[in-house]
Design a protein around this ligand. Structure first.
Ligand code: NAP
Length: 488
């Protein structure tokens, strides 16, 4: 169209949502797009995490772009390398690789005279009409502040910085942490390492996930008829599960939540035979408060002779191993820190300055906020995928990002067609959203009394508190009165 404005868009990050953004923008005819990626490959979390046992806890056919179904998934929960391969192939197939500037970490964004000025660590300068931050959720490793950690003589690394030169077979390995990551690592090492000591500060609720491989015949049938894949993605059973789970978590006192807790607790009762070990593994908070861990074999693996669950608190790390509060020295060759991530980063550590020089750190002094998880007042034409308060906890992040991208295309189209020059969340709409969100969050299972990465510094849940249906409804189309629109 002749009177359309030719927009230049910069996408930050070439992980799952950055690849998606690039593909969608180009599909919509926006071809002046640059993706800045600080690493030398695509893949985000699937590039960074390579630990043994890595998989996704969302089933493969659901953890797939809607426009790039994958008949070749080897199983319901394939390993991380296979998932990484899917994203890399998709980026290649859709020409995203050519749009990426690798090895370029953006350090500064400033909104000046209606455009975003961009600077990278290498000193590259750029400008854009629109910036889409696809910077990931759990990306910045959190390293524990344990006395003596640096004195350890063996190999020690965070789970997201795995050192593959370190031998594991026959080794004595300590794993600090019992989140999804620690559970997957321990289950994988139980048959390989001589000793696996898992240091458990808090027990986890673990739901059993069945990981059936797809047979060659099934994969051939998926290739032949993609409707078979759609039938898995959109099966009434999986939709009912998402609906039930999302209703349950949004209301901690609901019968749905009590039913889910009963169901999840069965795994522990039925699959851990030793009553002493069972009590060690029994959480003292409600299921769903932390993110539920899904594993096909964790309980089976921790009952193997190589594995010990250590519940005494860690006192310090010494050159030879971990000393617990009861005085025991747990001698180790390898110490893995499966201690999670800083979940409040989003645009950080970039310096981001919006309209009138307002710094995002001033807006985010209490907690990162964004209207619908994607727009901040006075930061026009800067949008986030899987940003603060998005439903990142329990659903397929691909589905979340696709719906957000649909929504954003509605706003970007207004910029392109000249209906608007600047769009950002309206300050009152932001405040109303945040107060309704905080009120709803207080009723969720996340607020029922536990420590988790869902909580902000003030201890209140900082994620989407409503049902997934509510999110789907909101993402259908932007409500323009919630935006501060400067006309073109
Ligand atoms: P996490 O859930 O935040 O777990 C961190 C673990 O480290 C917790 O057990 C925590 O104990 C422990 N910890 C932290 N600091 C400690 C300290 N100083 N001393 C002792 N223990 C300490 O991190 P994560 O396991 O990496 O998982 C994060 C999220 O990533 C998951 O919830 C999930 O959303 C995602 N993830 C997904 C998959 C998947 O299958 N899709 C796989 C891995 C990760 P406390 O519980 O006591 O705080």
């Amino acid at each position: 169209m002749a009177d359309e404005k030719k927009l230049r868009v910069v996408v930050i990050g070439a992980g799952m949502s950055g690849i998606l953004a690039a593909i969608r923008l180009r599909d919509e005819g926006i071809d002046d797009v640059t993706v800045y990626e600080k690493a030398d490959r695509v893949g985000g979390t699937w590039r960074e995490n390579t630990y043994p046992g890595l998989t996704c806890d969302v089933q493969s056919h659901a953890y797939t772009y809607s426009f790039e179904l994958n008949p070749d998934w080897s199983s319901q929960y394939p390993d991380g390398a296979e998932i990484y391969g899917y994203f890399e192939r998709t980026a290649q197939k859709y020409g995203v690789i050519e749009m990426i500037r690798f090895g370029e970490e953006i350090t500064k964004l400033a909104f000046v005279d209606g455009r975003w000025e961009i600077e990278t660590k290498k000193g590259t300068k750029d400008t854009a009409d629109v910036v889409i931050a696809a910077t990931g959720v759990l990306h910045h490793p959190s390293t524990p502040d344990i006395p003596g950690l640096a004195s350890f003589e063996g190999a020690s690394f965070h789970s997201a910085r795995w050192d593959h030169s370190v031998p594991l077979d026959g080794a004595r390995v300590g794993v600090i942490g019992t989140g999804s990551t620690g559970v997957q690592i321990v289950a994988a090492l139980a048959d390989r390492s001589a000793v696996v000591k898992q240091f458990q500060r808090t027990a986890q609720w673990v739901r059993k996930g069945v990981n059936d491989p797809y047979t060659p015949e099934q994969r051939a049938a998926f290739r032949e008829d993609p409707n078979l894949i759609l039938a898995i993605r959109n099966s009434p059973e999986s939709e009912a599960n998402v609906r039930l789970w999302s209703q349950a978590i949004s209301d901690a006192s609901s019968p749905e939540m009590h039913m889910m807790e009963g169901y999840i607790a069965q795994n522990l009762e039925q699959n851990v035979a030793d009553p002493v070990l069972r009590e060690k593994l029994r959480p003292n908070y409600r299921a769903g408060c932390k993110r539920i861990v899904i594993s096909p074999n964790y309980y089976e693996q921790v009952q193997k002779p190589s594995v010990e669950i250590v519940t005494d608190a860690i006192d310090r790390v010494e050159p030879k191993g971990v000393r617990t509060a009861d005085g025991t020295l747990h001698e180790l060759d390898v110490l893995v820190l499966a201690t999670g991530f800083h979940a409040d980063m989003f645009l950080r550590p970039m310096t981001v300055t919006g309209r009138n020089g307002v710094n995002v750190e001033a807006v985010w002094a209490d907690r990162p906020i964004a209207y619908m998880g994607l727009s901040i007042p006075d930061f026009p034409n800067l949008f986030m995928l899987n940003g603060p308060t998005a439903p990142v906890g329990n659903f397929s992040l691909i589905d979340v990002a696709e719906r957000q991208m649909d929504y954003l295309m509605g706003l970007i189209d207004m910029l392109r067609t000249g209906k608007a020059r600047e769009i950002s969340a309206d300050a009152k709409a932001m405040a109303d959203y945040e107060s309704a969100r905080a009120e709803a969050a207080s009723k969720t299972i996340f607020a029922s009394g536990c420590r988790s990465w869902y909580l902000g510094a003030d201890g209140a849940p900082s994620i989407w508190p409503w049902t997934y249906d509510h999110f789907i409804e909101e993402m259908k189309t932007p409500k323009l009165d919630a935006f501060d629109v400067v006309e073109g």
